[in-house]
Design a protein around this ligand. Sequence first.
Ligand code: MRU
Length: 349
Amino acid sequence: MIEPIKPRDEALELLDQRALPEEVRYLHCTRGDEVIEAIQTLAVRGAPAIGIAGAYGLWLEARALQGAIDFSTRLETAKQAIRNARPTAVNLAWAIDRIWRQVEGMGANEMVPRLREMADQLFSEEWARNDRMASYGAALLVPGSRVLTHCNTGSLATVGVGTALGVVREGHRRGLVKEVFADETRPLLQGARLTAWELQQDQIPVTVVTDSMAASLMAAARVDAIIVGADRICANGDTANKIGTYSLAVLARYHHVPFYVAAPMSTIDPALADGSQIPIEQRNPDEVRYVRSAMVAPRDVAVYNPAFDVTPGSLITAIITDRGVARWPYARDIAHLLKTEAEGGRHHE
Ligand code: MRU
């Protein structure tokens, strides 16, 4: 089993995803700023995973500051920095806000163990959420499905089986998924490096394609479903995910291929009415000018490098969550799922 996040008694170990697939190595973090750097450099990545890593980062920082006279002010500053380490995936801010609400005002001795407890809780909840999502999603697949996916949404991006890749795994386990196409996912190659690596370990047949090959696969009727993850889903179903997701959704509509988004409830941001309000992270131009260490464009050429794009809800066939499946028009179904989540119990079919 792939373990992207390993909480230890006095530290946090993060699988350094920048080195995959060549090398499996872990970063050893004992401070909040080390976790921030890991999040910003994509050593740990994927919406749910950065929420969990951020939660442990807050615990580590509180541990390190224990005993300081200005504990509260310094921790508050660190909390803001962790919360804002990456802007698009709402899971990070969601996790930190949820935890902070419960510990605000506590003294250090009470707060430190409580922070650890809450990070552990988030971790184990995520496992269960992945399993439920996988099961709801697999029920939408037809036998013999050839599934196209984008970026990495597996164990590396969450903990547990993954979001979109969790659906693929469960679909394969039930004998419904025949083959997976993994988009390479330029510029940072999460599909080629990470998704292909994960699926190979599970012995699920996977074929890597460059992003520009997806259209020709669909034109050749070789894709039965597209399943992607999400970094933030608005109240109306508009969804931010890895750059390149939007073009897949447009292609899917043209070729009549169902286009599914799989994400836990923590990815839904009901405060945002539509996708125009989602903050989109712009990343370093060198990520485009170079592939790993090889220069593939003039050193100083202008570059456009948004890490995410927004797919309008109207192009999404269904949104698979751990509380059930939402359908267009999304506002009503999403509101209902949020209500179920707040009540904490019953599942919506
Ligand atoms: O920049 P990344 O690699 O963190 O982007 C990740 C994605 O876009 C995933 O599709 C998304 O976070 C969902 S992961 C379960």
